[in-house]
Design a protein around this ligand. Sequence first.
Ligand code: SF4
Ligand code: SF4
Length: 349
Amino acid sequence: MSKRRRMEDRYRRFSFLSDIEGIKNAIGEMRGMCLPPQPALNREAHLSDNNPLPDEEWFIRTIKDKIANHPDNQMEYPFGGEPIFEEPLVGFVRGNDPIFDQFKKVIGPHHFSPWEIMRWQAEKNKVKPPDPDDLSVVSFVMPFTEKTRRDNAAAVEWTSERWAQTRLLGEIFSQTFVREIVTDLMRRGILAVAPDVTPMFNKKRYPQVGWASPWSHRHVAYAAGLGTFGMHDFLITEKGVTHRLGSFVVNLRLEPNCKRPEDIHADCLHYQGHPCLKCAKRCPVTAITAEHFHDKETCYQKVANSLKHCNTHYHIFIYGCGLCATGVPCASEIPKQLKRNTIHESPSA
Ligand code: SF4
Ligand code: SF4
């Protein structure tokens, strides 16, 4: 049976039974269950001409290459042949940046510092945990396609099928290629870890902040200077808010390549005193208001309810919404009135 025919069959049958990847992905968010084992550190590896130290350019090039050429960056039926993501943005933040101490206050003490997650990886490999000064975090932004943005901008009540499929397949793809990079680094003798593909990653409801994970790709991307927060709490980047974010920690000193604004809302029209609140108008459950900003609990209820919609209508096991992220001035760029130079001059950043 051809690959396309198999996809068609899977799409038409009972997704609760057949969308194993979706179910595994959902379970993986809880204590990393169903994830493949961590790669082992090659303690025999030595730096040489054949095994040079990866630098910032290497990470930017490798991530861009993976997204441009990886066979898993592909939508499935009925969007077969389309890419999930377009060209990414890549940024770096040092592991000893004081912002990680602030995250413990702002997000909560459950949020890992780069050193805490690296200590876990080091102890697992029976080596001494590196000094925080010798760690960096690599952060990346993978923009959704124009078609995905367009479909969701046309939706008024529930997320579009392209958006739902992008969320599910995009998350699986992101974890796959990050695991490939981490495995490559560990083979070269360089400690590396992607927090969201370890058993340490345990998404749950915390008393003060509601549903949260112990590693926020969004906050890490802000720390790396890749964007700032909007009224909807999504990260407004040079490529807008319709994206998936990822990050991983490495035992290398990488230089930050983007300037981080002090103002965490530097790119949101409403926060900067311009008339907008288009995101609030797009929200079908009034979870965004000028008075109360983004009501996470109301939003969470709507997003959770979308699981049934996606399963019934799109036959995949995923939840999502993102209506407030599309059909708005920050959907695919920093709003024109607030444009600034976020990325330093670099041949491939
Ligand atoms: S739609 Fe307007 S108010 Fe809402 S996050 Fe984007 S820029 Fe800010
Ligand atoms: S994600 Fe959906 S429910 Fe949540 S604020 Fe945006 S539009 Fe509203």
